[in-house]
Design a protein around this ligand. Sequence first.
Ligand code: MG
Length: 381
Amino acid sequence: MPVPINISILGSTGSIGTQTLAVVDQFKSQLKVVGLAAGGNVDLLTKQIRKYHPKVVSVKKEEDAKKIDVLWGDKGNCAVATIPVVDKVVIATPGLAGIKPTLAAIRKKKTIALATKEVLVAAGSLVTSEAAKHKIKILPIDSEHSAIFQCLESRTTEEVKRVILTASGGPFRGMKPNQLKNIRPEQALKHPNWKMGAKITIDSATLMNKGFEVCEAMWLFGVPLEKIRVIVHPQSIIHSAVEFIDGSIIAQMGPSDMRLPIQFALLYPGKRQENNFRRFSFGDYPSLSFEEPDIKTFRCLGLAFQAISVGKTATAVLTAANDIAVGAFLSGRLSFLRIPDVVESTLSAHTPKSFSELNEILEVDTWARSKAHEFVVKFGN
Ligand code: MG
């Protein structure tokens, strides 16, 4: 029998975490869970511990840690990410909390399977330079980036004309600002194709998620911003594509099922293997369509492009301000159309600077959050 790949999962009770465990269940003899870290869902974590018997476990808060006798906080996350026998670390912890364990794992030569967008959006230069220094691969767990990774295969970036990032367009595709004025959180939480957490579902509705993905694609594949194009593809069947300099385009397609990119990352560089997940049927999709994103209505995408071209700490501010604005929208304190206003104002109030330490990013993050709060009050309901 082959030696199993030992994995740690950070964010094990979230959407990506539970789907990662579903993939583990499919490949029991090949994937072994040795570490789990979760936020505050102690009930589900307890069930996972009973089922998978991990060596090291961590939760977010000390009081929860005491209840079930496990580690907690940043330290706990880093311990789960650096267990000596671990080969691969799935980073699906929401927010900046994913950065420290990612860096810790890289420094211990663990392969990273990355789902947390903030890791590259806020700290892309830092994380990718550490990964290069330690010769560590960062494997994407995002349908688009997994698609690009699969399209590129062993090609060099010199052969790439452009990367084509597909976007579903979200639940409000085709709508104009006057139709979006009174959108309620429940409406924005209904994504047409993907089942995801609340925050990312709103980010898909505003197209900010696609902006983050552009930034991630730059860092993951070393492709400059000018070579990345976003195209709206409402059926979410083509997960992304790469156009090469000879004019040929290779696209990756399949069902909208996150377990596929997760499986690809967990088994990589191993062979593709059978699973019992739902199959794609051409009959269900007699036509696939494509259109330009409407960045006049969905301003977050344009703001993301601006922040990415500025670079430095601007993208950390972008994600922090967006986080506050989306939180305010979800709790009814800010209208949907005001989300980009909060992000734009916070970006304008910031002087971007270069950084070489995580602490600098964390400071900028704290500043941006409090600034964004001020703008929530200013633009709020
Ligand atoms: Mg995605």
